[in-house]
Design a protein around this ligand. Structure first.
Ligand SMILES: [Zn+2]
Length: 341
C-alpha cells in the first residue's frame, strides 16, 4: 500500500523542476510510516570514483534494496551525477543511524543520497541538490536550517562525514532560491575537506564487501573495493597520525580452528612493482565457533606512523589475514575506515 507521504514527496519533486526517475514501487517502499518530517538529511553515497565512473547513479540498487546488515531502502531520494532525481521510497528509510536529536532520526528525516565519492561536485548535481532540497523544505514547511548534512546530524560527532560540502554554504545558497527556480549561486561549492573524528580527515571508507578465499596455512592481503583491485587500504606518510577501524567477517572456521588478522605497513615501489613488509602490528585471533557461525573481528588502531620509505616507494597500510588451521576460510570486510591527520 502506498504511504501517505508519497503524495507530498511527489508534489515536491515535481515542483523542483528536475528530471525524475520514479523507481517502480516507490510509493509503497519503506520500513514503516514516518512521523512528522522535521529534517532533510544530505548524504553522498561514497561509491568509489573508479566504480562505474561513467554511470549516473550506480548505487541505485543498494539504496533501494539495502546491503549486508542494513535492509533497504537506504534513502527516500537519490540524486545522480547529472542531477537526475531518483524517487526510491515514501516510507521510513535506513539512512540516519544514531542521531543527535529525535528530529534527525529515520522517523523524522527524509534522506537524499547523492552519488559521489568526495570528488568535486559536478555543477549540475550540486544545483539540483539545492533545488530538490528547496522544494522539500517548502513542501514540509521547514526552514533552511533543517537541511543538514549527515555529518551534522550523526551521533557521536564524526561518525559520518557526508555530504562533502560546507553545510552553512549550502544553506546560504538555499535561502537565495525559490522552488523550481535556478539557484543564484551557479557554481558548486568547493568541497570541504571532510573531517572525521578528532578533526581528522577521512582517508578511506567503504562498507561494501568482497569475499576472498584463503586455503589452509595461507596468508593474504585483503583487497578493498575502493579501487577494486588494490590490496591495501590507503597510502600513509611518516609522522602521520592514523586511525584505522577495520571489521571483518570470517566464515568456514570450525570450532578450535583459528585465523589471524593484523595490520601491516608495507612499502610499494611502483617502478619495480616490488613490495616490502616494513612493520607488522600485533595479531588478533579469530576463533571458529561451535555450530559453524561466522567469526567477526575488529581491528582498531590509533598510531603515529614512525617509519619512512626505505626503497623510494610509497608506504601503504594492508590488512593481512592468515588461515592458521582452518580447512578453507572466506574473509570479507564488513566495514573499513581510515582517518588521518
Ligand atoms: Zn550518510
Amino acid at each position: 500500500m502506498a504511504y501517505a507521504l508519497a503524495s507530498r514527496i511527489e508534489r515536491a519533486v515535481k515542483k523542483s523542476g528536475l528530471k525524475v526517475v520514479w523507481v517502480a514501487g516507490w510509493k509503497s517502499r519503506g520500513r514503516a510510516t514516518m512521523g512528522t518530517i522535521q529534517t532533510i538529511t544530505l548524504h553522498h553515497t561514497a561509491t568509489p570514483r573508479s566504480f562505474k565512473k561513467s554511470t549516473e547513479y550506480p548505487t541505485l540498487n543498494v539504496i533501494k534494496n539495502g546491503r549486508t546488515g542494513l535492509p533497504g531502502p537506504l534513502a527516500q531520494l537519490g540524486l545522480g551525477r547529472t542531477g537526475v532525481v531518483y524517487v526510491v521510497a515514501a516510507g521510513r528509510a535506513n539512512h540516519a543511524g544514531v542521531s543527535r536529536a529525535t528530529s534527525m532520526t529515520n522517523s523524522h528525516a527524509i534522506g537524499i543520497e547523492a552519488e559521489g565519492a568526495m570528488e568535486a561536485w559536478p555543477t549540475a548535481q550540486y544545483q539540483a541538490y539545492l533545488r530538490l532540497v528547496r522544494a522539500l523544505i517548502d513542501e514540509f514547511d521547514l526552514g533552511t536550517s533543517r537541511a543538514l548534512r549527515h555529518g551534522e546530524t550523526c551521533s557521536p560527532p564524526g561518525r559520518k562525514t557526508d555530504a562533502s560540502f560546507s553545510g552553512p554554504a549550502f544553506r546560504n545558497a538555499l535561502a537565495t532560491i525559490k522552488t523550481g527556480s535556478k539557484p543564484a549561486n551557479t557554481q558548486p561549492d568547493t568541497p570541504a575537506k571532510p573531517k572525521g573524528l578528532f578533526g581528522m580527515a577521512l582517508k578511506t571508507a567503504d562498507s561494501r564487501t568482497e569475499k576472498q578465499k584463503i586455503g589452509k596455512g595461507k596468508e593474504i592481503t585483503l583487497r578493498t573495493r575502493e579501487k577494486n583491485t588494490n590490496k591495501f587500504l590507503c597510502s600513509v606518510k611518516k609522522g602521520e597520525l592514523i586511525l584505522v577501524d577495520e571489521h571483518l567477517r570470517i566464515s568456514g572456521l570450525r570450532e578450535g580452528q583459528i585465523a589471524e588478522v593484523w595490520l601491516r605497513i608495507g612499502e610499494y615501489v611502483a617502478k619495480t612493482k616490488k613490495g616490502y613488509t616494513r612493520y607488522n602490528y600485533p595479531r588478533v585471533t579469530a576463533h571458529g565457533r561451535a555450530g559453524g557461525g561466522d567469526a567477526h573481528v575488529a581491528i582498531p588502531l590509533v598510531d603515529k606512523v614512525g617509519i619512512g620509505p626505505k626503497h623510494g616507494g610509497d608506504l601503504r597500510i594492508y590488512v593481512v589475514v592468515k588461515n592458521v588451521s582452518g580447512d578453507e576460510c572466506v574473509v570479507e570486510y564488513t566495514k573499513h575506515h581510515v582517518l588521518a591527520d
